[in-house]
Design a protein around this ligand. Structure first.
Ligand code: TMP
Length: 209
């Protein structure tokens, strides 16, 4: 099995229904073919505790959950995932592809809910002991298109208004433009093969070196 010294930590971000899971599966296949160990995970979730927290939170009615309590649940799941799965995998030289990570909390809980950004940044640092993705792919899509793609199933965040989701989208754009060295912005309206090719041409160098 090939290894990358210190591993490679990739995260996929964006609104709901943008195609993160499809991209994650295609990347998994291509990177595994390059002989590397790939760990796929998602947030919230990816551990026994994290999946329980996910069910508890995303199965709730919006009005039952306080905004700070919501943030702390995401952070608890992130702490467990970072310690139990992500860090050991990176130490083994694996590629970790995580569907959402710390940036989701800035996008949703700061730009969406209005919790102060510096509080979330500090809590993210505590939860992950400062672990940052090497590359973050932002799949950008109009939230109304994302909602249509997802169909009728109204999960916890989909009970939010279109204004909320537009703020999240703009927040992601702001974050991505602020740190272009880490983020790759991809128009998620494109065909999934085109999206994969764009992302792969961005990542291939890091995988092959
Ligand atoms: P998903 O896994 O289907 O994308 O659902 C997770 C939902 O939780 C999604 O609507 C985004 C939201 N979320 C936050 O609001 N903050 C976070 O920190 C994370 C990880 C997810």
């Amino acid at each position: 099995m090939n290894k990358i010294v210190g591993g490679l930590f990739l995260t996929l971000e964006g609104g709901d229904g943008v195609g993160k899971s499809t991209l994650q599966r295609s990347l998994n296949q291509r990177i595994s073919e390059a002989g590397l160990e790939v760990i796929m995970c998602r947030e919230p979730g990816g551990t026994i505790l994290g999946e329980k927290l996910r069910d508890a939170l995303l199965g709730s009615k919006k009005k039952e959950v306080d905004a700070l309590a919501e943030l702390l649940v995401f952070l608890a799941a992130r702490t467990q995932l970072s310690t139990e799965i992500i860090k050991p995998a990176l130490e083994r030289g694996a590629v970790v592809i995580c569907d959402r990570f710390a940036d989701s909390s800035i996008a949703y809980q700061h730009y969406g809910r209005g919790i102060e950004k510096s509080i979330i940044e500090d809590l993210n640092t505590i939860a992950t002991t400062g672990l940052m993705p090497d590359r973050t792919i932002l799949l950008d899509l109009d939230p109304s298109v994302g909602a249509k793609r997802k169909g009728q199933a109204q999960d916890y965040m989909e009970q939010e208004t279109i204004d909320f989701h537009n703020r999240v989208r703009e927040g992601y754009m702001y974050l991505a433009r602020e740190s272009p060295g880490r983020w790759l912005i991809v128009d998620a309206l494109q065909n999934e093969d085109v999206i994969f090719d764009l992302v792969w041409s961005d990542l291939a160098q890091r995988i092959k070196d």
